[in-house]
Design a protein around this ligand. Structure first.
Ligand SMILES: Cc1cc2nc3c(=O)[nH]c(=O)nc-3n(C[C@H](O)[C@H](O)[C@H](O)COP(=O)(O)O)c2cc1C
Ligand SMILES: C=C(O[C@@H]1CC(C(=O)O)=C[C@@H](OP(=O)(O)O)[C@H]1O)C(=O)O
Length: 385
């Protein structure tokens, strides 16, 4: 069973989002400011639509934290949807006749298949939860995982690699370099491509279209030995892949130089093993992206994610009304043009949930101090292996 378990609830235009994470060790330094920082990071990014100027995501802590430290009990969080003020009637939980009924499914969104699956003839009942608004709470809970991992010397950050056709140069960035992407409106480390990315976003907007892209998430400071090859569901890349593909609009995950590896010979792909008396075993390259046999190697863990262009287009695409069965051209009032910079922060959160779980699985413990002791003993063992 998973050691780090979390659940979220809440609709996009309802009162807000709720989340609980269970399995959080005691003694982790955690404040509202730390969580709000990641929530604010998720709201940023050139190409977001009107909704982000309405929301000012701030967390409320309902349990699990006292005087800036976790208690070992479940951590319970909420975030208010400010937009709910404009939707009070439509989103009321009380009995009544729904207004603002949606009968025109957007190609590429969950509207049609969700309606068929759940028997909803008002497709608002689908889009309210399929919306990526829900990822706000994954990021809030992910900030709890960040605080836990940070207390053990692990840092997880990401950056945009491409938006539409515009690619940043490939590089093995340090943590400090990746953190600099925060100053970029498109969350890109390579500042030389930022303008071209923003131009591509402007052009897509002008054309009533949308753009996808790719981003990278890197975890620094991981010990050797998280995950396992012994069963399919314990392989760390399988767990990371599932977590990352669970983010709306994510369609591809690559570990290390994954796709490129398939085109080269083994001798130029695998990372040679090195040994030194003081340091023990290490690698001088990291094409594997920090994983071998589903187990962390101690090198930075690197995953890349491919995001599709958003489906709500202002330039219309063909669809049929589910009531009248009349064809129509799907159009909208409000949507993001691209959300790749925001998706980076959601990707970080999903990686951190997986890593928090893997750390608990390997090192157990009810308090951070206890886990620290086990991690230190393990690190000594690995050095001497
Ligand atoms: C941060 C973020 C923002 C998004 N914003 C929009 C949006 O404004 N309009 C839209 O149509 N889809 C948006 N999406 C994508 C949809 O939520 C997603 O396409 C939909 O849930 C269907 O799921 P699928 O694409 O995985 O099949 C966004 C996704 C993310 C991660
Ligand atoms: C609200 C968020 O993203 C939303 C995700 C989304 C979608 O269809 O996924 C559609 C848009 O919402 P709306 O229809 O209200 O304009 C985005 O703004 C958020 O990220 O917090």
């Amino acid at each position: 069973m998973e050691k780090w378990r979390y659940v979220t609830a809440g609709e996009s235009h309802g009162p807000g989002l709720v989340g609980i994470v269970e399995g959080v060790p005691a003694g982790i330094p955690l404040t509202r400011e730390v969580i709000d920082e990641d929530l604010a990071r998720r709201q940023k990014g050139y190409g977001r639509g009107g909704r982000m100027s309405i929301e000012r995501d701030r967390v409320e802590v309902w349990g699990g934290v006292r005087h800036g430290r976790t208690l070992g009990s479940p951590v319970a969080l909420t975030v208010t949807n400010r937009d709910f003020d404009n939707w009070r009637e439509s989103m009321s939980p009380d009995a009544g006749t729904p207004d603002r009924v949606v009968t025109r499914p957007r190609p590429g969104h969950a509207d049609l298949v969700g309606g068929i699956k759940y028997g909803h003839r008002d497709l608002r009942n689908v889009l309210e939860r399929a919306s990526a608004r829900e990822t706000t709470m994954r990021v809030a809970l992910g900030a709890v995982a960040r605080a836990f991992l940070r207390s053990l010397g692990i840092e997880v950050y990401g950056h945009v690699v491409s938006i539409g056709p515009v690619h940043a140069a490939a590089a093995d960035y340090t943590l400090e370099e990746i953190r600099q992407a925060e100053d970029s409106p498109v969350r890109v480390v390579d500042g030389t491509v930022a303008q071209a990315m923003m131009r591509a976003i402007d052009e897509a907007k002008e054309a009533g279209d949308t753009l996808g892209g790719t981003f990278e998430v890197v975890a620094f400071g991981l010990p050797v030995g998280l995950g396992s090859y012994v069963s399919w569901h314990r392989r760390l890349e399988a767990r990371l892949g599932a977590a990352l593909l669970s983010i709306p609009a994510m369609k591809a995950v690559e570990v290390g130089t994954g796709f490129d590896q398939s085109e080269h010979q083994g001798s130029s792909v695998h990372d040679a093993i090195w040994w030194e008396r003081d340091q023990g075993f290490s690698r001088r390259t990291n094409r594997a992206g920090g994983l071998e046999g589903g187990i962390s190697t101690g090198m930075p863990l690197k995953v890349r994610v491919g995001m599709k262009p958003l489906s709500t287009l202002t330039s219309p695409l063909g669809s049929f009304d589910i009531e009248s069965k009349e064809p129509f051209l799907a159009t909208v009032e409000r949507s993001d043009v691209t959300a790749v910079p925001a998706a980076v922060v959601i990707g970080e959160a999903m990686v951190m949930h997986v890593l928090a779980d893997a750390m608990l699985e390997k090192f157990g413990g009810d308090s951070v101090a206890e886990i620290h002791q086990r991690l230190d003993a393990w690190t000594r063992y690995v050095q001497e292996f």
